[in-house]
Design a binder for this molecule. Structure first.
Ligand code: AMP
Ligand code: ZN
Length: 466
């Protein structure tokens, strides 16, 4: 079973061959931190988290970098509006972003570099482009000379003429060509700035990723990701910058997620139909939102509606219930013995099916079907009067393995219910009476692991949660 992924650059599903065996270097373009993130922004955040988790489940060591754009025109305008400085604005919304994605169960990135911590590297990158003739200065601005990079347009599959035709002619006599893009912007009076060989100014948007990818990951990386709107111009420009300087491919696989719509309409400021992640999670569990996101293939558009969320909540509840029931039975079942081969084989087949679907360009909806196959198998087993603890554990472990990739099971489900704790304490007391020390210790360990502490008191055993 080999992993294949759709590469925007070649428009083909390709076998994944990492630069270095067992390792993956991955970069996903992060947010401009001038606002709270909305549910659409949640799609790349959740999808690429799942890509990374799946790669890790396949024993790859993943370096996952995602940046913060903490200075640009939008930041400057918003800071003015809020009467704060640009760094103050960035602090507020970086903290909010990290909080939001943590709520969504997204694993922490290896590193979250910021533009303002990389100005020197950015200036050096631009200087190298100028020196090689790929960039030119014009009255304090620096622009990329797109006509010099023969492959400009290769990611978005357009050629320069088509691009020229599509571009609205700007009244900007500083550019040699309308499709040239800005690398360095001269500061207007009162704006935040850094000193550079071209005067006081700040970086354009695209250059930051070229500089940070090279600094933190190297000249060529394995996977570069983002929403499909980033294909052009952002990623196209990143390629032009990086490949002009290094002479090597910037990334071997370019992955782009499709958009999330609301009630079959594009989300937009003018329609006022945007929903913030932090508002959504007041209404629904974050796991439901994750499940909903993964219920469609990442390259297909996904429609957000009350109905689709309700469906997601119901479906997820079936998985959650099976998980809870297995745990409940395990907490009270002490029947041990061999697991029947038929069960082991069936679970192994379902596990293989899950990996096969994820290997096929991260087909999460089909992988979720495998999760439901496991749920059906577990539910059938739970109907038996006598259950084997080892078999229950096997179902639970497999659900956990799936969840390491998907992150859709409620964290709270790990907590024992009060009645389960009481029952375990009774079992433990009986085990001790009958001198079954192994069982007594096992129960104590289980309780400790779940954060339950026992205390011997003259009135009997008391318990409390950590
Ligand atoms: P922005 O806030 O527009 O800079 O977007 C940040 C990230 O979210 C980028 O990767 C975008 O492609 C992605 N994104 C923005 N809106 C949506 C949406 N409605 N659906 C999916 N991805 C989106
Ligand atoms: Zn980028």
């Amino acid at each position: 079973m080999t992993l294949r992924m759709y590469n925007t650059l070649t428009r083909k599903k390709e076998e994944f061959v990492p630069l270095e065996p067992g390792k993956v270097k991955m970069y996903v373009c992060g947010p401009t931190v001038y606002n709270y993130i909305h549910i659409g922004n949640g799609r790349p955040v959740i999808f690429f988290d799942v890509v990374r988790r799946f790669l890790e489940s396949q024993n790859y060591e993943v370096t996952y970098i995602t940046n913060f754009t903490d200075v640009d025109d939008k930041m400057i305008r918003k800071a003015e509006e809020m009467a704060v400085t640009v760094p103050e604005l960035a602090e507020t919304f970086i903290a909010a972003f990290l909080e939001d994605i943590q709520t969504l169960g997204v694993h922490e990135a290896t590193l979250n570099p910021r533009v303002t911590d990389n100005i020197q590297e950015i200036i050096e990158f631009i200087a190298a482009l100028v020196e090689k003739g790929y960039a030119y200065e014009a009255r304090g601005d620096v622009y990329y000379r797109t006509t010099k990079f023969a492959e400009y347009g290769k990611l978005s599959h357009q050629n320069l003429e088509e691009l020229q035709y599509g571009i609205r002619i700007e009244v900007d006599d500083r550019k040699e060509n309308p499709q040239d893009f800005v690398l360095w912007k001269a500061a207007k009076p009162g704006e935040i700035y850094w000193d550079s060989p071209w005067g006081q100014g700040r970086p354009g948007w695209h250059i930051e990723c070229s500089a940070m990818v090279r600094k933190y990951l190297g000249e060529t990386i394995d996977i570069h990701g983002g929403g499909q709107d980033l294909t052009f111009p952002h990623h196209e420009c990143e390629i032009a910058q990086t490949e002009a300087v290094t002479g090597h491919p910037m990334a071997n696989y370019w992955l782009h997620n499709a958009f999330l719509n609301i009630d079959n309409e594009k989300m937009s400021k003018s329609l006022g139909n945007g929903i913030l992640i932090r508002d959504l999670v007041k209404q629904i569990k974050p796991e439901v939102f994750r499940f909903f996101m993964l219920s469609a293939h990442y390259r297909n558009p996904l429609n957000f509606s009350d109905e689709s969320l309700k469906q997601a909540a119901n479906a997820l509840e079936r998985i959650q219930n099976a998980n809870d029931n297995l745990k409940h039975r395990l907490a009270t079942a002490s029947v041990t013995g061999e697991i029947e081969a038929a069960h082991t084989e069936r679970v192994a087949a379902i596990a293989a099916q899950f990996v096969e679907k994820m290997n096929d360009d991260f087909n999460t909806p089909d992988a979720i079907t495998a999760v439901f196959d496991l749920v059906a198998e577990a539910n059938l087993y739970l109907q038996q009067e006598r259950v084997n603890a080892a078999a229950l554990q096997m179902f639970l472990d497999q659900l956990q393995v799936f969840d390491q990739t998907l992150g859709i099971l409620s964290k709270q489900a790990d907590e024992l219910l009060d009645e389960e704790i009481e029952q375990l304490i009774v079992d433990r007391t009986e085990a001790r009476k009958s001198k079954n020390w192994a069982r007594a210790d096992e129960i104590r360990d289980l309780l400790t692991e779940k954060g339950i502490f026992l205390e011997d008191t003259p009135q009997g055993i008391r318990w409390r949660r950590k």
